[in-house]
Each structure stands twice: as C-alpha cells, then as structure tokens.
Ligand binder design. Structure first.
Ligand code: ATP
Ligand code: MG
Length: 428
C-alpha cells in the first residue's frame, strides 16, 4: 500500500498518472441503473465510479478514488490556509465518554453501537468532539496556545433511517471534520469567519453553485451555525432566500418572513447540504472540563467551534451540476483523468504506435492520461469517455499514418493536429 506523502486521504490511493484502460478497472454499465433518486447516483453507478453492496453501503471504484483524492487535496490546502493541522481520531468511542456529553442518549438510533469482548459498550462515533477535547487537554495551557484547530478526513458511520441518493445520504461516508479551540468568544468569532471564507473558497474552486444559509443551532440562538448548500432542484433541503440577500434554512423562516430584515421571503430554493460550520462555544468543553489558565491565573472553560464537509456530498453536487444526456462533464480540477487517448483500431500498427508515443510524452509532462487501448468498437469507447467525464480526448484514427490525431474537448469540435501540436498544448 502506498500512502501519498502529504495530501492523501486516509484511504491509500496509488496515484498513477499513466493508465491503460485494458488493465484498469472502470466497469461502465450499458443498462440504466434502476431505483435511483438522483441523477448523480445514476451517473456514478453507470460510469463505474461505485457499486452498491448493501443498504447505504458502497464500494468506491478507481475513478471515484481519483476524484475523491482531488477533492480532498483542495480541502487539505484550504485547511492548511487557516492553520488547521491534520490528525486522526479513533472511530470507536467508549459509552462513558459519550454519556459525559449526553450524546449517548441524544444521538438515538442514528449512532451505531457495539460491544467489545468484555461487554464494554462503544459507539461508532458520528463525530469526534469528545476526543478532540481529550486531545487538547494536555496541550492547551494558556491563551498563547490558541486559536488552535485540528482536522481529519475520515469515514463516518450513521444508521440513517432512509439511506438515499447513493452516497448523497449513505450509512458510511467520508467527512472532513475540524475542531477549533479558543480563549474567548471573540477569538472564536474571528476564526469562524476565516473558516467560513475557506469553505467558500473550497466550493468556488469546484465551480459549484451554492448558497450559505443561516441554520438552526438548537438552543444556542444567534448566528452560530451555517450550512453550505449546493443548489439542486431535487435537493432535500429547502432554503428561504430574501431580496436582501439573506438565506436561511426553512426551519428558521417558517412564517415566510426573513429572519434578518423582516420582509417576506422572495423565493425558496432546493439544495443539498455539503458543509456545516458551528460555534460550539462551551457545549463540549464545559461537561469535559476543558480549561486553560486565563490572564488572572485562573482556570477558564475554553470556547470551541466545529466544521464539517461531506466529501461524497461535494462529489455528488459537482456531478448534479455538471452533466448531460451522455454522462458526467467533470470540471478539469476534479476529473479522474484529464486526457483520454482513444485508439480507433488496436489492430492498426500506425495507430497503436502513435497512441503510445502521445501516451508516453504526455505522461512525461505530468498530464493525467488514460489510454483507451481496448479492442472494443470505437463508438463504445467514445461513449465511455463521455460517460466517465474525461474533459479532453485524443482520437488516434486513420490519420495516424501522417502522425496526426483528432483533439477535442468532451462533446466538442474535433481538430486534426500533429503529434507535436498536441504535445505543445501541454508544454507550459
Ligand atoms: P443532514 O441534515 O443532511 O443529515 P447532518 O446535519 O446530519 O446532515 P452533519 O452532522 O453536519 O450533517 O455532518 C457534516 C456533513 O457531513 C454534512 O454537511 C454532509 O455534507 C455530510 N453528511 C452527513 N450525513 C451524511 C450521509 N448520511 N451521507 C453522506 N454525507 C453525509
Ligand atoms: Mg443527518
């Protein structure tokens, strides 16, 4: 197993920029998947990104892994930009720790529970606030050690009543969860804004159409919690949008009035929650007695924030917003491959030779290339490329004898170019 140096997800990915279709694994389906709730779900199944193995449980296949790794890379970079540092918490949490914060009872049936060989009870933790507090306890001594923020990207498990939409609402999914620690509410407020901006940058990097909405933070009140929703007609969440620009979760605007300016709600959008940021304040630090020594030399309970992003929800949202009748139209930044070299006829020596040369030269330039070297019909190879969502194609056909091939963006116009002209496009 190869762990990529810095930006790997916890799941090990062997990052190969050079891939031949014939010995890779992209099991595209000819038939339409049935019983799907979302277009993204259909396309992910059909394009061979994933396969369902049980209710709400999916195997992620190689193209999914490549897309997820790219999404995670952007998340890692933006977390680094707000000085959050990577950690990994255990997935199992002992009952007593969750009892201490009242989550053992409050979480209800959505939390998976199990026993060890000594009958000691555990939960598969839905998030890791308790362990984040335990971790901080021996390190944070005074205000000088803060703000301090840690994050992980790892699997979460939730026993959803109704798993839906493939990995949009699954029972196992990947979350980026971050936990910040502060000596004052002012420090928390300042850091929260930084994180809010980092979130906007993340979703903008993927070109997503999204809105940030004020959400219900239970008893706490105030502007303590925001959700980032990708706009989607079939989205599960209803978003109230006011003329004043303010967006709120419908739970906060049930009377049809904007909670910010008091005017009637102008429109209601549907969306899917991709991320959630929350001022926890002392919700966990108080019951777990997480303190620092303040300026008066006295122990004081510290302030916390937590910040989640669902990696699959981001991927599903990108696909919901970038597709057509032929398949997924991935933006280059997250596409599993950037270029597909399609050899029209693998029995033609000139075509194979030219394809191979382009393949080696592009990969030497660091371009993520797949070579469709299968013996299949050209039509089905082109259809697969459009379904999988590879942004650029190089079709090596009968002009191979003159050293030329057709270059075209997904579903775009073809241009006949020499090998040198093609390579020059990537020599920057
Ligand atoms: P929802 O209201 O959709 O159930 P949540 O409020 O339970 O979401 P959080 O606890 O805030 O979600 O988790 C952080 C993020 O994890 C969410 O913003 C979402 O992107 C993702 N997420 C939550 N539940 C699931 C799930 N079952 N499958 C995939 N992603 C999920
Ligand atoms: Mg939920």
């Amino acid at each position: 197993m190869i762990f990529q140096k810095k930006y790997a997800m916890l799941i090990p990915v062997k990052k190969d920029i050079k891939v031949k279709f014939s010995n890779y694994f992209i099991p595209t389906l000819k038939e339409e998947p049935s019983g799907v709730d979302y277009l993204s779900q259909k396309l992910m199944l059909k394009s061979g990104m994933m396969k369902q193995v049980s209710s709400g449980l999916f195997v992620y296949l190689p193209t999914f892994m490549r897309v997820a790794e790219k999404v995670c890379k952007v998340i890692h970079e933006k977390m680094e930009s707000v000085n959050a540092v990577p950690v990994k918490f255990p997935i199992l949490v002992a009952k007593e720790d969750l009892v201490a914060t009242n989550r053992w009872d409050a979480y209800g049936d959505e939390m998976f529970r199990l026993k060890d060989r000594n009958k000691k009870e555990y939960a598969i933790s839905p998030t890791n606030e308790e362990y984040a507090c335990f971790m901080a306890k021996n390190f944070i001594k005074s205000a000088k050690n803060m703000p301090f923020c840690v994050y992980q990207i790892q699997q979460k498990h939730r026993d959803e009543i109704r798993p839906r939409g493939g990995v949009m609402r699954a029972r196992e999914f990947i979350m980026k969860d971050a936990y910040s620690f502060h000596p004052s509410t002012q420090s928390l407020d300042e850091y929260y804004i930084k994180m809010e901006n980092a979130y906007k940058e993340i979703f903008n990097t993927f070109g997503l159409d999204f809105v940030e909405v004020l959400a219900d933070s239970g008893a706490m009140g105030g502007k303590e919690c925001h959700e980032f929703m990708s706009v989607c007609d079939k989205g599960e969440a209803e978003i109230a949008v006011c003329e004043c620009g303010f967006c709120a979760n419908m739970e906060l605007a049930p009377n049809g009035v904007c909670p910010e300016c008091g005017k009637p709600i102008a429109k209601v959008l549907q969306g899917n929650e991709m991320g959630h940021i929350f001022k926890l304040k002392t919700r966990y630090s108080d019951p777990l007695n997480l303190t620092f020594i303040n300026a008066d030399g006295k122990p004081e309970i510290l302030q916390m924030g937590c910040y989640g992003i669902g990696v699959e929800r981001v991927i599903c949202s990108i696909i919901e917003q970038n597709n057509d009748a032929r398949g997924i139209a991935f933006p280059e930044i997250v596409a599993p491959f950037v270029v597909n070299i399609i050899t029209a006829n693998m029995k033609d020596e000139a075509q194979v030779h030219l394809s191979e040369e382009i393949y080696h030269e592009l990969t030497a330039l660091g371009v993520e290339v797949i070579w469709d070297d299968r013996a299949d019909r050209l039509g089905s190879k082109l259809a697969d490329s459009e379904l999988i969502g590879i942004p650029y194609n190089i079709l090596v056909g009968k002009n191979a004898t003159e050293g030329k091939a057709e270059f075209f963006a997904r579903c775009g116009e073809k241009t006949l170019l020499s090998k040198e002209e093609i390579i020059a496009k990537y020599k920057k």
